[in-house]
Design a protein around this ligand. Structure first.
Ligand code: ADP
Ligand code: MG
Length: 594
């Protein structure tokens, strides 16, 4: 073929692939337009998981008659004029791509009237081509209907997930916008049924009551923190709600972060929240958090991702620290007995007491702060070697905060323990337990991010014979095994074939691992607990064994990774991983005068 410039329509369809991935992405773009237009009421109708119809009506500004056609042209926007505007985006949209993209892969009709005009407009566009455009009587605001999504892009249609999956995505999305815009009344109707509603009271907690239910919302603590700007740091505010340590979920999906009204995905900030709960949660359990992070639009770049779900901060460390401090402070104020315990553990040596008189929004029952209790709240003294908020900066932004001091590897004893030296003496590390801990947290992190566990295909599929009951219960959990990185399928009535394992198990005996897992699955634990036990088990299979001689490199890598684990002191099975002997202790043992 000779080189030719693509038609505008084809360009739009190609561009649409980035913005309009699925029905929920259409809903997202239309919601953002309604919010940018200053709507107080937004009504969304979705039929057939969004394939049949997506309709969004708003009572926002509306579009002036002479701009309606233009709104559907690529790179046509009312929100951006100059490159300078791009450095301080204050609207959800700004690229002027959504309407053109959506219209190129569906049949769209829009009726809109601008507030300041007497007559409205109706326009219809199919597959990017204008079908009709005429004046129409209409209330101020905009109604846009998107029908037969992807009707002209069969490839995309084929990749659509099940209707129920799409429905779930739309509900989640609506909830996020409702949380970010509590002053707006949202209603979502799916196939004639109301699927979600918010009351527009302006109070985030009212939205959360709809999202989480009343029982859980009572376990949420208000977060409120504002840092002042300095020469090196931007002003950052963090507000919202975070769960008491007793209210948890099995993954991080209930940690919702927003920056200047925009929901974002940020593994580091999610980690900051989890880290704030250090020592308060069982392994594999995560808090519920809804946090609104505010900063000057100049301090955040939202133009780095097609769907704008990822942003870049000018000073990521400051944001990380603000989120972590905001959450940690409210947890400390909640006077959880666990927290006091772990604060005590961490503050070996002297510490000072800092009274606090912050009241929660909710009645916290048994955990409610009392005068005497708050006077005895203990805050660990600042020690840079242990300060989990001291975030070393790597080339990719903030690394994980350290939870152990820097340890120097001295050597290995009994092919079982790693001897290390730190600022406060000697640390003896159990290589199996420590490695299992490291692998466990790394696995959990990858698992929670939902990116999938990296697999290693087996050279030849391995068949494993199981008992009838083992085979039955394993079959029920093929999806769970797949999400953990195991490709298993039925091979005979009681035989399964294993085709791939998580990459960390590439040196393990696949049959033995699978048998071990069959045993655990057979114990019929509930799904959350089962997941955790399986991951603990897999990490145990992959961990260095007692008796395994380690190279200096192996030991150093182990120790570096352990230093940044959330719970380095215990293995995921609960065994002690580190024995610390201080210089004083050693001196006493040797009857040396100190
Ligand atoms: P962007 O939102 O990036 O500007 P869009 O393609 O989504 O690009 O929309 C193009 C333009 O159409 C917007 O800049 C806005 O002026 C106008 N517009 C779209 N939807 C609405 C709406 N619901 N209410 C008012 N104006 C709208
Ligand atoms: Mg838009």
């Amino acid at each position: 073929m000779s080189i030719q410039i693509l038609s505008d329509q084809l360009v739009s369809q190609i561009a649409a692939g980035e913005v309009v991935e699925r029905p929920a992405s259409v809903v997202k773009e239309l919601l953002e337009n309604a919010l940018d237009a200053g709507a107080a009421n937004v009504h969304v109708t979705v039929n057939g998981g969004g394939r049949k119809l997506i309709r969004v009506s708003d009572d926002g500004s509306g579009i002036p008659a002479d701009e309606v056609r233009l709104a559907f042209t690529r790179h046509a926007t009312s929100k951006l004029r100059t490159a300078e505007d791009l450095t301080a985006i204050r609207t959800l949209g700004f690229r002027g791509e959504a309407l053109a993209s959506i219209a190129s892969v569906s049949r769209v009709s829009m009726t809109t009237r601008h507030r300041s005009e007497a007559t409205g407009t109706t326009i219809r566009i199919e597959g990017g081509a204008l079908v009709s455009h005429q004046p129409a009587g209409a209330p101020a605001g905009t109604i846009i209907s998107v029908e037969n999504l992807f009707y002209n892009t069969p490839a995309r249609l084929k990749f659509l997930k099940k209707e129920t999956t799409e429905k779930r995505h739309v509900v989640t999305l609506m909830m996020r916008y409702a949380m970010a815009y509590p002053q707006v009344r949202f209603v979502l109707e799916q196939d004639g049924r109301e699927a979600f509603r918010s009351n527009g009271s302006g109070q985030l907690i009212d939205v959360l009551a709809h999202v989480l239910g009343l029982a859980d919302v009572k376990e949420m603590l208000p977060v409120e923190l504002a840092t002042a700007a300095s020469e090196s740091q931007p002003a950052v505010s963090v507000s919202g709600f975070t769960s008491l340590p007793g209210l948890t979920r099995s993954d991080r999906s209930h940690i919702a972060l927003f920056v200047n009204g925009r929901w974002i995905q940020d593994a580091n900030l999610t980690y900051a929240v989890v880290q704030a709960y250090q020592g308060l949660l069982k392994p594999g359990r995560y808090p519920i958090s809804v946090l609104m992070i505010g900063m000057s639009p100049e301090d955040v770049d939202v133009n780095v991702h097609p769907t704008k779900a990822e942003v870049r901060f000018r000073n990521a460390n400051a944001v990380f620290a603000a989120v972590q401090r905001g959450v940690r402070r409210v947890l400390a104020d909640a006077q959880s007995p666990h927290l006091r315990e772990s604060a005590l553990e961490r503050s070996a040596g002297e510490s000072y007491w800092e009274p606090s008189h912050r009241d929660g929004l909710f009645n916290l029952g048994a955990n409610s702060p009392t005068g005497t209790e708050s006077a005895s709240r203990r805050v660990p003294r600042h020690d840079p070697a242990y300060d989990p908020t001291a975030i070393p900066e790597g080339p990719e932004g903030p690394a994980k905060p350290r939870t152990l001091p820097v340890l120097r590897v001295v050597g290995q004893v009994g092919a079982m323990y790693v001897v290390t030296e730190g600022p406060a003496g000697m640390y003896l590390i159990d290589q199996y337990g420590a490695h299992q801990r490291v692998l466990y947290e790394e696995f959990m992190e990858a698992y929670a991010l939902g990116d999938g566990i990296t697999r290693q295909g087996l050279a030849a599929p391995q068949t494993v014979d199981l008992s009838v009951s083992e085979a039955e219960s394993m079959e029920q959990h093929f999806d769970l095994l797949a999400s953990l990185g195991f490709e298993v399928e039925p091979f005979g009535p009681t035989t399964v074939a294993l085709r791939a394992v998580p990459v960390m198990l590439q040196k393990a005996d696949p049959e033995a691992v699978l048998r071990g897992m069959a045993g655990i699955i057979g114990s019929r634990a509930e799904r959350g607990a089962l997941e955790d036990r399986l991951i603990t088990y897999i990490c145990g299979c992959a961990a260095y064994k007692a008796g395994q001689v380690l190279s200096l490199d192996d030991m150093q890598s182990l120790v570096r990774r352990l230093e940044r684990c959330q719970s380095p002191q215990t293995s995921p099975e609960g065994a002690t991983t580190i024995i610390h002997m201080s210089g004083d202790q050693l001196a006493r043992e040797f009857r040396r005068r100190v």
